[in-house]
Design a protein around this ligand. Structure first.
Ligand code: FES
Length: 117
């Protein structure tokens, strides 16, 4: 899990409504751009490990391609099942035209979502 901020992309790499799979160390993380803001979340769905980079981005929601779970990419909160937990999200910074991903965000209600190895 990232403990510092790592450059993963240029702002121009993504247009609004696009997403991209990146690697930070051993982590696979999806970055997405919505309304000019960048977001980052774990690649593997909290339900059964579906690849969210292959899912559909609808506004601020990512839809898992395997069983249709929907997560808000701003908070990681699950909007529609079948997952039993929220999705891990990461802090994002934009410095100049660089997009950097940092440590995971805390999950609402305390604790952290569990990262899949
Ligand atoms: S693996 Fe994502 S909804 Fe089942």
């Amino acid at each position: 899990m990232p403990t510092t901020f790592t450059k993963v992309a240029k702002t121009g790499d993504l247009q609004d409504g696009q997403k991209k799979l990146v690697r930070v160390g051993f982590e696979q993380i999806v970055i997405a751009r919505v309304d000019g803001e960048f977001y980052a979340f774990e690649e593997f769905c909290a339900h059964a490990g579906g690849s969210l980079s292959g899912g559909t981005l609808q506004g601020h929601e990512i839809v898992c391609p395997l069983h249709g779970a929907r997560y808000d990419i701003r908070s990681g909160k699950q909007r529609i099942g079948p997952a039993s937990s929220d999705q891990l999200t990461y802090q994002v910074r934009v410095e100049g035209d660089d997009v950097l991903v940092g440590p995971a965000n805390e999950v609402a209600g305390g604790g952290m979502a569990v990262a899949h190895e």
